[in-house]
Design a protein around this ligand. Sequence first.
Ligand code: G3P
Ligand code: CA
Length: 236
Amino acid sequence: MVLVFAHRGAESIAPENTEAAFKTALEHGARAIELDVQLTKDDVPVVVHDYKLKRYNKDAKLAVNQYTFDELQKIDVGSYFDKQFAGAKIPSLENILQFIPEDIIINIEIKNSPVAHKGIEPKVAALAAQHHNLDNIIVSSFDHTALLKISKCNPDIKLGFLMHYPMINAGRYVSMTGLNAVSVHPFKKITDAAFIEECHKYGLKVYPYTVKNQKEKDRLIKLGADGVFTSLETLY
Ligand code: G3P
Ligand code: CA
């Protein structure tokens, strides 16, 4: 069965990575959700993609890790998208995990750019185990050392290897880590049949990111991809 992840929630119809985005994705029938995590100044894992917040609110001049969680809660990250979402907040990871049903697959992406959020891995590992069925969690990152740290915290947590650039023997590389890797998440433009076949040879699923229309999804599934991340709620 093809697995379709609602990228940052239903990001085309609600402000990305907010409670509204995840609830809207579920209402549209999403069975899998993707979200991004970073740490605040006071070390709270929060769900937000950009390191600097000005895209969400031009008055928010600082980066995520320069605000405490309480300070972040005062920033409106909904109005920029549409005034009907005025007052939307950057949620904590705990808050989101508490309301997403346990049968929904959640891909938690640990952001690493442009800074590594030191100490984020044990917090993510603990929250995932506390609030969701670990069978339905995949932790991913472009920073593969973050995945190693997750594995050290809890070797049962399933891992997804994000790849933005072409890589020779990607499946072999991932399998050689000896970690609990279940999937490779390549940028859609580096995904071809040979890449997918090589990953499959090592028992890894392939979920390319981020498709924006039916044609892109169809191309990747025809090549053999096991699912996709998508910004479009009609593709769930
Ligand atoms: O996890 C897939 C995708 O979300 C990675 O890129 O920049 O959208 O977080 P980005
Ligand atoms: Ca992401």
